[in-house]
Design a protein around this ligand. Sequence first.
Ligand code: SF4
Length: 327
Amino acid sequence: MSLLEVKNLKKYFNTPGGMLHAVDDVTFNIERGHTVGVVGESGCGKSTLGKTLIRMTDATSGEVYFDGQEITGMSQKDYKKMRMRMQMIFQDPYASLDPRMSVSALIAEPIKTYKLAKSKHDLDKMVLELMDTVGLARRLAGVYPHELDGGRRQRIGIARALSLSPEFIVCDEPVSALDVSIQAQILNLLMDLQEEKKLTYIFITHDMSVVKHISDEICVMYLGQVVEKCGSNELFHNTLHPYSQALLSAIPVPSIHNRKERIILKGEITSPINPKPCCRFAARCNYATEKCFESEPEFREYGEGSNHFVKCHRVEELQAEKAKTAN
Ligand code: SF4
């Protein structure tokens, strides 16, 4: 059974201009121990999706099931116990850490809130073990976040998330604010922890090369909607949606022999406020026809049993044209 099931999840915000559709009818599952990457440009709703999944913000409608139990309508009291099993790692560790607290106090905070330590000795032991787990030297226990580099600060964020022994973690752009060399260390740490503790991740990022590295499955989001969803390898070898194709074409390739032409997206981005029933990518899509501006494509499986879902009216036609050009 999936650890997380998301059905028709919507999160709208009331704005002076109308209803902003930040997350619009998103449906997917995550298997236990797997990572689902969520990619898209900034403002596509991926962080709002992550927050809505763990009820950091309430959903407008739709359902989220965690380990078979619906959490969207659960009382705050029941959800508090469930919330321990679902944690979040934030993009900017510095902004999410209280600068007046030392490393050990920051890691101890969630343990104290949930009264998980039996004594002061027990608490200190748990904090030091968590520091070992995330690769923070014990000598740093008394220092403050501003004395540390971004990678070490993110290790504090990871230790705080792990302190409640969660099963599921929303990783919201956890390496975007870090130097490239440190990004790899944090990604490797997250992957090692996943294997060791059988964790399930949602990994939110705008960086396609990062998502490829870490995900089993990938959801590509555009203006609040998932426009393509499939296995990680499948997405990189058989990209169906024109928006995903444009995102992938922007990944730098080291070899000049394999370099693909970059697809530059032109045209106005459709407003997510009171969007019309059409393909939201139509104004920027090189393959748009009248139909694309007049009706919203279904999110459907491309080929029975393929587990490759796409939201595009013209996918069959475009794939047939591609095959013809290749022959
Ligand atoms: Fe492009 Fe039309 Fe497909 Fe939208 S539905 S991605 S506009 S071809």
